[in-house]
Design a protein around this ligand. Structure first.
Ligand SMILES: Nc1ncnc2c1ncn2[C@@H]1O[C@H](COP(=O)(O)OP(=O)(O)OP(=O)(O)O)[C@@H](O)[C@H]1O
Ligand SMILES: [Mg+2]
Length: 391
């Protein structure tokens, strides 16, 4: 008898309307990019078959766009597979009716996201209690359960704090406490720690292992970081272009990588080739608008302890950078932000690989601005972020 809690059998997920055309191409061996060019259909997940054992930490790793989130979102049917079956404790969840599905999502499986997904108008306790309210627990029961989880994740004493006063690491703890409060059998975690700085991230990894040992939950954990994968994972699945390339324990995978792609992931010397800017960028804490006053700009930089601020226009369009020294001088002379704006700054796209920006990062006087195709500011990366993510 097996102890599998979740199983996928030949699960595929295609996005787009001309699925039949895409399926034909895929079956004749055409690659994902070409299929997209020809049909506009993305083969996000292809023929995934796997079993997750009760109580294990199962890690999914792969490049950006390889289908990790798509796979994990199948487990709670946030993504309905195009074909294939998904089993929870032997039951085909694709056959659940509305009521069974609600029960499954409320009581059996919870998700923790990268961007926390917390409610900023509620305090720590209010966030952790949320799912219990939905379930209809009494006030006392909610309180007791939530406080237990808050203390479990190391936030005892912070229950009445507003979310806005918490650091990234603390917010992620709240996210975990909220997911655990429902007492689910399975915890799905989609790159939960990737927005955290490296030291906080190490703390959180330790915390997660501790919690897992205490509660013995099954955890499905996505990451793009092989060190994190090997540290946390009982088993690791590696994905490429929507397909699972190998499933193995960290030891097996190190000793017998299935192919060059897997070896490249394992070889940390090549980390810059697999980590994208999106994975290391942070949200800049000093952003001002073109029409803001110099007084406001100087205060913003001082409050955040930085010597420069990013200037944006409508829809977060990047205009440039100002420095605190220039701003102080300009204030004396009665000038405005436009007068001291440095427009010629280094930018990159969230999809660029670290290897593409290494030399730029070494030289840039300000952190590199990460902008999308509309030149909207998405984040920043500094030399320190680049280096600390590959060491
Ligand atoms: N809702 C959607 N509609 C259309 N295409 C989608 C949708 N969701 C994902 N895709 C596409 O499916 C592919 C797999 O995406 P997915 O988000 O699963 O990748 P990922 O491995 O989680 O990447 P990342 O590391 O960037 O989070 C990508 O090509 C993506 O553009
Ligand atoms: Mg993803």
């Amino acid at each position: 008898m097996d102890n599998n809690i979740l199983s996928l059998r030949n699960v595929s997920k295609l996005f787009g309307s001309e699925k039949n055309k895409a399926l034909k191409l895929k079956k004749s061996g055409v690659d994902k990019d070409t299929i997209y060019e020809k049909t506009g259909v993305t083969v996000a997940l292809w023929d995934a078959t796997l079993d997750i054992k009760e109580g294990e930490i199962f890690v999914i790793i792969g490049l950006s766009g390889s289908g990790k989130s798509t796979l994990v979102r199948c487990f709670n049917l946030l993504n309905k597979p195009t074909s294939g079956q998904i089993y929870f404790q032997g039951e085909d969840i694709g056959k659940f009716n509305r009521e069974q599905l609600n029960d499954y999502r409320r009581n059996k499986i919870s998700m923790v996201f990268q961007q926390f997904g917390l409610m900023s108008h509620r305090n720590v306790l209010g966030n952790v209690e949320y799912g219990l309210e939905v379930k209809g627990l009494s006030k006392d029961e909610r309180y007791e359960k939530a406080m237990e989880m808050i203390s479990m994740v190391g936030l005892g004493g912070y229950e009445n704090e507003p979310i806005s006063s918490l650091s990234g690491g603390m917010r992620q703890r709240v996210g975990i406490a909220r997911a655990l409060a429902n007492n689910p059998e399975v915890l799905l975690m989609d790159e939960p720690f990737s927005a955290l700085d490296p030291l906080v991230r190490k703390d959180m990894q330790f915390e997660l292992l501790t919690i897992q040992r205490k509660l013995n939950k099954t955890i499905v954990f996505i990451t793009h970081d092989i060190d994190e994968a090997f540290k946390l994972g009982d088993r690791v699945a590696i994905m490429k272009d929507g397909e699972i390339i190998q499933i193995a324990t960290p030891e097996e995978m190190s000793e017998h990588p299935a192919d060059d792609y897997v070896s490249q992931f394992i070889d940390s010397a090549d980390k810059t080739q697999v980590i994208s800017v999106r994975n290391v960028m942070i949200t800049p804490n000093s952003i001002v608008r073109l029409k803001d006053s110099l007084n406001y700009s100087i205060n913003t930089m001082r409050t955040n302890g930085v010597s420069s601020a990013y200037v944006v226009g409508k829809k977060m369009k990047l205009e440039g950078v100002i420095t605190i020294d220039d701003a102080i001088q300009a204030r004396k002379k009665g000038l405005t932000i436009s007068d001291i704006l440095i427009r010629d700054i280094n930018t990159t796209s969230p999809d660029a690989l670290l290897t593409d920006i290494m030399s730029m990062a070494a030289e840039t006087p300000f952190p590199i601005a990460v902008v999308d195709e509309n030149n909207s500011l998405k984040g920043i990366v500094s030399k320190v972020h680049v280096l600390s993510s590959i060491l």
